[in-house]
Design a protein around this ligand. Structure first.
Ligand code: HEC
Length: 141
């Protein structure tokens, strides 16, 4: 059951603010910021391994150990063409509210109880790194 009322509105505003900050902050790169980015990646990698890899696979190709039991065929995060059509805001929404939130097969749970907004934002940029391997682009269908 979803309640499309006030709590969601403020969450969405917070989300928008977080996304704006995420977009603006990388412009100001300093040695300290680079250090923070490095530890963020490690943190995001850990979160991914713990919460996501069981379905999405360690390499993001949708081939985790639980994927075979799902009805959905999970898209590969290494599919650059596909991922380019997904905005950060949509990826954030999927992770926070589950895959059903945007009409995908609802087998992926919402993570809003387990991950805070900062962690979800880190995961959004983390899953984008899978597509940097250009040789894997298009291999996810
Ligand atoms: C129980 C298995 C499961 C877990 C755990 C899981 N997902 Fe998913 N995920 C799915 C399924 C199923 C879909 C939707 C597949 C479909 O219908 O296209 C999906 C879809 C997605 C999509 C959208 C992909 C697209 O089609 O554009 C993203 C992004 C995503 N998951 C990220 C994550 C992240 C990040 C985590 C960890 C926090 C996670 N998922 C954990 C099963 C899972």
């Amino acid at each position: 059951m979803r309640h499309p009322h006030t709590p969601c509105v403020s969450l969405k505003l917070l989300t928008a603010a977080a996304l704006v900050l995420a977009a603006v902050c990388p412009v100001r790169r300093t040695a300290a910021a680079d250090g923070a980015n490095a530890s963020q990646t490690t943190n995001a990698a850990r979160l991914y391994a713990k919460h996501c890899a069981q379905c999405h696979g360690q390499s993001g190709r949708g081939d985790g150990p639980r994927a075979a039991q799902l009805k959905a065929r999970i898209r590969s995060f290494a599919d650059c063409a596909w991922m380019a059509m997904r905005s950060d805001a949509v990826l954030f929404l999927i992770i926070r509210d589950g895959s059903g939130a945007i009409g995908l097969m609802p087998e992926m749970p919402a993570f809003d109880g387990q991950l805070n907004e900062g962690q979800i934002t880190e995961l959004v940029s983390y899953i984008r790194h899978f597509c940097l391997d250009r040789s894997a682009a298009g291999g996810g269908r």
